[in-house]
Design a protein around this ligand. Structure first.
Ligand code: X5A
Ligand code: ZN
Length: 519
């Protein structure tokens, strides 16, 4: 097992400032700053000189924040300790549903109070002529979970898929509307389309151990290699079926996620790069040009690396970057691809958190759609993490289900429906199940409607998009007028920005940010 141990110790994260990022990561991932590092060193969950009394706590199913034992609702997100979120996803009552269903108690409740407790699927009409949409899912992907040795649950947990599946079923999005494709395991030869032989072996070898780690945050148990093969195989099969015209589009509800997995390294909760494998499958099924658009809040460093020098795969990513201080640290706008692939990586790096729908739509309108129209892909894969969603414990951004629906719609129109959506990250169960449902509806042919007429990016969003525009205009035609317009908005906004206490999250044209609810 010598080679395994060696591989397990590889941690290929080279941030510009590892110390700053580690602290941020630990805090964001585990909610308790520094706590995790203590455990690594001494293997204890608590220090007796600090915690004289041991406080009982519970971890919120929805957002994994810790709560004192005497509270019944999560202080962070409001979810009831025993809510039905794993069965019903975003349609579960946030509060306990029994109260509203119990006629005795209900007598004393007002109509609006009852409405608060009962949630119904919003009304919508499926397109009857919609060509088929396939879901890829397999319960064996739930077997991949962290062997609990830490005091805080890992955010990348099996409940993520339970909540999404629950929400989709409760909303009636499955029955008769979608077809399920049976999952199959990717073969080792397929995995080597994008991964090194030793990487594939290292992942396979984890099945011999009850618990193993790639770096500090990427766990594996006995079933992780199986789950990772199933996730990859599901994406490969869905993509192949789309390119062959057997289905119109597909949603791969898979885990472990994939976009941080490099050709030779597992990292960032990712074992095999599912989206990259789907892109290779598209190419071998006859597609000449493939696009991967990655809206996970983290940069897909693995996907970018795999196709860095490849002009047949266009990689586009929107992500929180913070000048390299946000995980994984890569994805500056200046990273455009190398050799033959120069100009085939497009990075839109948000300089801070708090980025929302209007920034994403602004990026789609000004950089992404113009480039995608020129590239004219034969197949499009969305690396769909939902950790930029409002309420996500890691992302700190503001995207709503409607924002995800509009992004999907823009790509849907361009690709005439031919899309493969691959789940990546996303850690607030309510946010991810509502977002996944919104995306699936668009795949089923339900339009999210017009984009609201008046909307503005934030200063931070404008900054990132115009930076990407300037850099990408070396490779793609970017409309002169929209470049000019952005420059003008920018200089006007710079003045406002200074007046507005230097908050880059202010909308570029309004003081009304204060009125907007903060997630
Ligand atoms: C897939 C994904 C996040 C890794 C964060 C590590 N990974 N701190 O969202
Ligand atoms: Zn992510």
């Amino acid at each position: 097992m010598d080679c395994v141990k060696e591989d397990l110790e590889i941690e290929d994260v080279s941030p510009p400032n590892a110390e700053g990022k580690d602290l941020e990561d630990t805090k964001q991932t585990y909610g308790h700053e520094g706590e995790w590092m203590d455990e690594e060193e001494d293997g204890k969950d608590w220090k007796s000189d600090v915690n004289v009394e041991i406080m009982a706590e519970w971890f919120c199913t929805n957002c994994i924040d810790s709560n004192p034992d005497d509270e019944s609702c999560c202080g962070q997100c409001g979810e009831h300790r025993n809510s039905g979120i794993l069965e019903q996803g975003y349609l579960a009552s946030r509060d306990l549903p029994e109260k509203a269903n119990d006629m005795e108690q209900r007598k004393d409740m007002s109509d609006s109070e009852i409405k608060l407790h009962l949630t119904f699927p919003p009304l919508w009409t499926p397109q009857t002529d919609a060509a088929s949409t396939a879901i890829g899912f397999d319960e064996r992907m739930l077997l991949h979970s962290e062997v609990q040795t830490k005091s805080h649950p890992h955010p990348e947990r099996p409940d993520r898929l339970r909540a999404i599946m629950g929400g989709l079923s409760a909303a009636g999005l499955f029955s008769g509307l979608c077809c399920m494709i049976p999952s199959r395991e990717a073969t080792l030869a397929e995995l080597e389309w994008v991964h090194s032989h030793s990487h594939v072996e290292a992942v396979e070898a984890t099945s011999l151990h009850e618990a193993s780690y790639f770096g500090r945050d990427t766990y594996a148990n006995n079933y992780s290699a199986l789950a990772a093969r199933l996730a990859a195989g599901t994406c490969i099969d869905l993509m192949t079926a789309i390119v062959k015209g057997q289905i119109l589009n597909g949603f791969a509800l898979v885990r472990p996620p994939g976009h941080h997995a490099l050709s030779a390294t597992a990292m960032g909760f990712c074992l095999h790069n599912n989206a990259a494998l789907a892109a290779k499958a598209a190419l071998s099924a006859g597609a000449k040009k493939v696009m991967i658009i990655d809206w996970d809040v983290h940069h897909g460093n693995g996907t970018q690396e795999i196709f860095d020098s490849d002009s047949s795969v266009l990689y586009v990513s929107l992500h929180r970057h913070q000048a390299g201080f946000f995980y994984p640290g890569t994805g500056a706008a200046s990273e455009v691809g190398i050799k033959d692939g120069e100009g085939f990586s497009v990075n839109i790096p948000w300089p801070c958190g708090g980025i929302g729908d209007e920034d994403y739509l602004f990026a789609f309108q000004n950089v992404i759609m113009p480039i995608v129209e020129q590239f004219a892909p034969d197949a499009t894969i969305i690396s769909a993490g939902f950790d930029a969603a409002k309420g996500d414990p890691l992302g700190g951004c503001q995207v709503t289900p409607s924002g995800y629906a509009h992004m999907t719609q823009l790509l849907y129109s361009l690709m005439k429906g031919k899309l493969l959506v691959v789940l990546e990250g996303g850690y607030n169960l309510r946010s991810i199940s509502a977002s996944a449902a919104a995306v699936l509806k668009v795949l089923l042919g339900v339009s999210p409607g017009e984009i609201p007429p008046s909307w503005q990016p934030t200063f931070a969003g404008l900054l990132a998009v115009s930076e990407a525009c300037v850099i990408q205009s070396r490779y793609w035609k970017i409309d002169r007028m929209s470049l000019l317009n952005m420059q003008m908005l920018l200089s006007a906004a710079e003045t406002k920005f200074k007046e507005n206490k230097n908050d880059p999250r202010q909308p570029v044209s309004g003081p009304q940010a204060e009125d907007q609810p903060q997630g």
